[in-house]
Write a protein that binds this ligand. Structure first.
Ligand code: N01
Length: 533
């Protein structure tokens, strides 16, 4: 049933990171809809706008951590870093906005406060944090999975006279040279910061809760031949990537780790250690590191042996050595373990010696030692998925809030839609594909645009996931996740990094290729699992 009610916009996009920018382009430039995108930030880029900490860069290889739809912007770019640094990612996303003339339809410095569905008129009303009110027929949320900061609770935090910062809110004028710096957190962000900061600060104290499996990132620059091959085989390379599990642009392991000899396993691990990259090490070596405990242990053992070999102080090496499964989102950076050989770097294991409190001068640990600091950096991650959505008051049919809908667990159909919230579409909603996020985003944006296009051309006014399709997808995601080793450790990909929250499934672990195939089948079956009215 098409609606004739006039709205301010056909569609509103919330967020202008990798997802929001592309969504705006698809809806406005290709479908011809009237669209506005909003972002609370002062510039576009999402993650790449906010995360300006020293050392911030993509740890997915940059030739695949970008849009494939726009070859021209890439062609005009002298792209040589194997991993794009944060300023380069931001410049790239700005260049995309400029090239596709999107800036005029982006409203910055404007957070969306509430998103409310009108049952009678079938439209959405959005209120901004400035009190402006806008209506739209479609809302696409592109708020990302990692936008709500997780700050650790530390007694006496407010008494600290130095600077307390989170990596995702890095003050542009904060300089660390010659200072005594502490850092809490050794995830992807923490290891990047540690390696960069150790070179300039006077003293770096790393407060580590969990020891981290970290592999080298490998050479920083790519060769002319690499770029020439990439350009010459662009379509084939991307077509192939879209069929893989992780979508990071390398050949994924096809052989199980325990099916080869111990010598061959060592050889393959060493080869990938030398090439570098976290996803490559976990998924490019063998087919079953993330599913078979023996294979996982073999990979973990290899990294543990490297730590022992690299770190000179045996006590520091012991603290740095993980003993649990190798089953978090993989982490990579060059020189991580080597950094602990520096005289100006100290490691504190919080599991053995927790932080007792903060004082005006720094941090006191349980052993009574006061670690004097000028700056304490929290690289403590994010409240993923629900955290991003919890920042807005979203209400669907009969005034049901999204928080209420997700009170037991966040759920969706395909990571894209949730029942009771018609025409609210999500990019990277709960249970989206676990893969290179840029490739996952591109997949979802294109599919959502196609679905909206189909609704528009069929004069439908509402797209809504059915409850049964949502339940079925949630069950599928749980089943696949439980087949892997990932849920057996606590990490943000299961939302268990937040105090008081237990593991729950937040991603589809079936792989990018299978996810895309499922999307295709659903579209071909007239959007099976959706009601289009
Ligand atoms: O966050 P994390 P992140 N007290 O949650 C520790 C993406 N990313 O920002 O392991 C003490 O992974 C926590 O300890 P533990 C990427 O997808 C991408 O590093 O929970 N410690 C952990 O060490 C990545 O996976 C790039 O025991 C506390 C750390 O803080 C995702 O962002 C770059 C604590 C948090 O690690 C998140 O990475 C950077 C507490 N109260 C990030 N609370 C690219 O290059 C937490 N910790 C693309």
């Amino acid at each position: 049933m098409a609606t004739n009610i006039k709205t301010d916009f056909d569609a509103i996009v919330i967020g202008t990171g990798i997802a929001g920018i592309y969504m705006l382009h698809k809806l406005r430039n290709e479908l011809g809809l009237k669209v506005r995108a909003f972002d609370k930030a002062g510039g576009v880029g999402g993650t790449w706008y906010w995360n300006q900490y020293p050392g911030a860069r993509s740890d997915t290889e940059s030739f695949f951590y970008r849009y494939s739809f726009d070859k021209e912007t890439f062609d005009g770019w002298d792209w040589r870093n194997r991993y794009a640094h944060q300023p380069e990612m931001r410049a790239y996303l700005n260049a995309i906005v400029e090239r596709h003339h999107l800036g005029g339809d982006i409203q910055l410095n404007t957070g969306i406060h509430s998103v409310v569905f009108d049952d009678a008129r079938h439209i959405w009303t959005l209120t901004t944090d400035k009190g402006e009110v806008f209506t739209a027929r479609y809302v696409v949320s592109a708020v990302g999975v990692l936008s709500k900061t997780n700050y650790p609770e530390i007694k006496g935090r407010e008494t600290f006279r130095g600077e307390l910062v989170h990596t995702s809110g890095w003050p542009a004028d904060l300089k660390l040279e010659g200072k005594r710096v502490g850092i809490i957190g050794t995830g992807s962000t923490g290891v990047q910061f540690i390696c960069a900061a150790a070179k300039t600060v006077k003293q770096l104290t790393v407060f580590q809760r969990s020891a981290q499996y970290c592999v080298p990132a490998g050479p920083d620059r790519v060769s002319d031949e690499y770029v020439a091959d990439y350009k010459a085989n662009y379509e084939q390379i991307w077509d192939k990537l879209r069929t893989t599990r992780i979508g990071c642009g390398f050949d994924e392991g096809a052989v199980s780790a325990m099916s080869v000899s111990a010598e061959e396993r060592q050889r393959v691990f060493q080869e990938h250690w030398d090439i570098g990259n976290g996803f490559r090490f976990m998924f490019g070596t063998f087919s079953d590191i993330a599913v078979d405990p023996a294979a996982n242990d073999a990979a973990a053992d290899f990294i543990r042996a490297k730590i022992k070999e690299i770190v000179k102080d045996t006590e520091t090496a012991r603290k740095l050595t993980p003993t649990d499964l190798y089953a978090k989102r993989p982490v990579c950076i060059n020189g991580y373990y080597e950094t602990y050989n520096r005289d100006n770097v100290t490691l504190v294991s919080l599991k053995e010696n927790p932080i007792k409190e903060m004082t005006p001068n720094g941090v006191i640990t349980e052993d009574g030692v006061e670690h004097e600091l000028d700056v304490l950096v929290c690289a403590t991650g994010f409240e993923c998925v629900e955290g991003s959505y919890g920042q807005m008051d979203i209400r669907g049919r009969r005034g049901e809030s999204l928080q209420q809908h997700w009170k037991d667990e966040p759920s969706s159909y395909l990571g894209i839609a949730t029942s009771g919230f018609p025409n609210l579409l999500m990019i990277l909603g709960p249970n989206s594909v676990f893969s290179n996020l840029a490739a996952g985003i591109e997949t979802q944006v294109e599919w959502v645009a196609e679905m909206i296009g189909a609704a528009e051309s069929g004069s439908k006014s509402l797209i809504e996931a059915t409850r049964s399709a949502e339940d079925e997808w949630t069950a599928t995601c749980k089943e696949i996740a439980n087949y892997t080793l990932f849920p057996q450790v606590k990490s943000w990909i299961f939302g268990a990094n937040i105090p008081g929250k237990s593991n729950r499934v937040l991603f589809y672990f079936g792989g990018l290729g299978a996810y895309r195939q499922r999307l295709r089948e659903i579209a071909d079956a007239d959007y099976d699992g959706f009601v289009m009215d």
